[in-house]
Design a protein around this ligand. Structure first.
Ligand code: DGP
Length: 121
């Protein structure tokens, strides 16, 4: 499977520093920032700095250091935001059926309230 990365997507612009973001944490390989349109009291987007379109692109093609950094950063966010005790939800939309708006792989990390059913319909 080949993945075609669009350098004009909004998260690429954030990574280039062209538009500001509310950074939660940053490493050599990963960036986490607050969603501009939060769906819950905690709504963080975690992205790799590398050019991966979807979660499966990242899983198949990222280097092991990137993968390890990403998941350790994820764990640090859960800890830092105090989400372990009450729990949280992670979503990654991919492609057309997943209604992915921004074609740079990202995790939505949602928490801070009871989130309801996983799907609205
Ligand atoms: P998705 O549908 O999974 O691709 O969700 C993309 C998310 O990105 C959506 O929840 C809104 C968020 N978003 C879009 N543009 C910006 C932006 O410029 N800054 C921030 N912080 N979030 C954005």
């Amino acid at each position: 499977m080949t993945y075609v990365y669009d350098d004009t997507n909004i998260f690429a612009m954030i990574l280039r520093g062209d538009i500001p973001n509310s950074t939660v944490t940053e490493t050599d390989y990963s960036l986490a920032f607050r969603d501009i349109n939060p769906q819950s009291p905690v709504h963080i987007l975690l992205i790799p700095k590398g050019k991966y379109v979807t979660i499966d692109d990242f899983a198949a093609n990222a280097g092991l250091e990137e993968v390890a950094d990403f998941w350790r950063t994820f764990a640090a966010i859960i800890d830092g935001e105090g989400l372990q005790q009450k729990g949280f939800r992670v979503i990654s939309n991919a492609g057309e059926h997943g209604l992915q708006e921004v074609p740079h792989f990202h995790l939505h990390i949602l928490g801070g309230k009871a989130l309801g059913p996983i799907l609205a319909q």
